[in-house]
Design a protein around this ligand. Structure first.
Ligand SMILES: *Cc1c(COP(=O)(O)O)cnc(C)c1O
Length: 395
């Protein structure tokens, strides 16, 4: 289902129906429920025989607009908006997994997704095998079992920026009749469309680059209509609904996604190139740097390299702390995908709940720093990074 219009146009022109007030910008439908013209309409809506809104836990014009846009941008049929990215991740798992089922997932996962797979789902008899994201196909095949119902990956991964080859993961999912679920938060639909490669479900945290300004939480589960029907059933009755206000904000955010992500990527590539030559920096990771071990795959599967850059400081933990503390502009925060650039020390914050071995297995060393590159002027970014690097070398 390729969009009929270009990405930028769909992101702007796909709008909720105009009301009797003839507004140009879509208003916020701050209403929990909707009224029926007559008893027959109410009956038909409840029976699913008519289209329309009933109650904002099910759907709302603002959250609908947001989801319809995301579907067009990802090239999928249908979707459900959720209150946060984690609500989307959890729904996308819980809607399909039954007692006794097995999941194969990439080892490098967003922290809370890792907790769901390894600590919560086992309580309901659902097991999971973790595989290195960049491992060869044979390693993924070895992890597959007769009861494997889902493959779950994030690509590029957080914070290692490793890639999964979506093309062969898609064919693996088909061969084992498993659902391929791709968390596309880091790439955004502007840079990568997993459904093109055979992903059955595309999941998002809209909190990151989709909002892009660090304001609200949101998420979405997207995919083929029959799969989304299952997700919608679970969402309706368990209540992780996105608020109309957040739907309104996030739909507006999609209008500027393409121009913002273009600048994020240009800045991030310039930062990665700058860091690569610096003394005291032992390794820089960015998908569109020729030194990235999966550079060729990145070029095949992504349109640009994204907004995240990670690098390793020779001085380990002390150097990483000195680097962070010397920054005067780049924010010390654990969020990402904001207009403001952000520096994070994953080992002591976002990934501190992992055991030392779990961290080592996904390359989170004491000297690793993660940068979410924002929209500031590149010269100001370089100047602040210089301050951090000088402090790291002196530590
Ligand atoms: C942030 C994030 C999530 C969780 O999203 P929230 O909106 O914070 O709940 C899931 N996956 C990835 C890759 C993320 O970066």
């Amino acid at each position: 289902m390729a969009p009929e219009r270009h990405f930028e146009t769909e992101a702007i022109r796909l709008q909720a129906e105009r009301s009797a007030h003839r507004e140009h910008s879509v208003p916020i439908f701050a209403t929990s429920s909707f009224v029926f013209d007559d008893a027959e309409q109410a009956r038909a809506l409840f029976a699913g025989e008519a289209e329309g809104h009933v109650y904002s836990r099910y759907a709302n014009p603002n959250t609908d607009e947001f989801v319809r846009k995301l579907c067009a941008l990802e090239g999928v049929e249908d979707g459900v908006a959720t209150a946060s990215g984690m609500a989307a991740m959890f729904l996308s798992l819980a809607a399909f997994l039954n007692q006794g089922d097995h999941v194969v997932a990439s080892r490098s996962l967003f922290g809370s997704t890792h907790q769901i797979l390894t600590r919560l789902l086992p309580r309901w008899g659902i097991s999971c095998t973790l595989v290195d994201l960049s491992a060869p196909r044979a390693a993924w095949e070895r992890a597959m079992r007769g009861n494997t119902r889902m493959l779950f990956v994030e690509t590029p991964s957080n914070p290692g920026l490793e890639l999964a080859d979506l093309d062969w993961l898609g064919s693996l999912a088909v061969a084992y009749s498993a659902i391929l679920n791709v968390d596309n938060c880091f790439a955004t639909p502007y840079l990568q469309n997993p459904a093109e490669f055979g992903a059955d479900l595309v999941t998002h945290s809209a909190t990151k680059l989709i909002d892009g300004q660090g304001r609200v939480l949101g998420g979405a589960v997207l995919g083929a209509a029959d799969l989304i029907e299952e997700v919608r059933f679970m969402a309706r009755h368990t209540g992780p609904a996105m608020s109309p206000f957040h739907g309104w904000i996030l739909s507006k955010s999609l209008e500027t996604l393409a121009v913002r992500v273009d600048r994020h990527c240009a800045n991030a590539l310039a930062v990665a190139e700058f860091l690569e030559g610096q003394p005291g920096v032992t390794r820089v990771r960015y998908p569109f740097l020729p030194s990235h071990p999966q550079h060729e795959l990145a070029r095949r599967q992504m349109r640009q390299g994204g907004s995240m850059v990670t690098f390793e400081l020779a001085g380990g933990y002390a150097a990483a702390f000195a680097f962070l503390d010397a920054l005067t502009m780049i924010s010390r925060s654990s969020n990402l995908g904001d207009t403001r650039s952000i520096a994070t020390h994953p080992a002591s914050t976002t990934h501190s709940k992992l055991t030392e071995e779990e961290r080592a297995a996904v390359g989170i060393t004491p000297g690793l720093v993660r940068l979410s590159i924002g929209l500031e002027h590149i010269d100001d970014l370089r100047a602040d990074l210089d301050r951090g690097l000088a402090a790291a070398r002196a530590a």
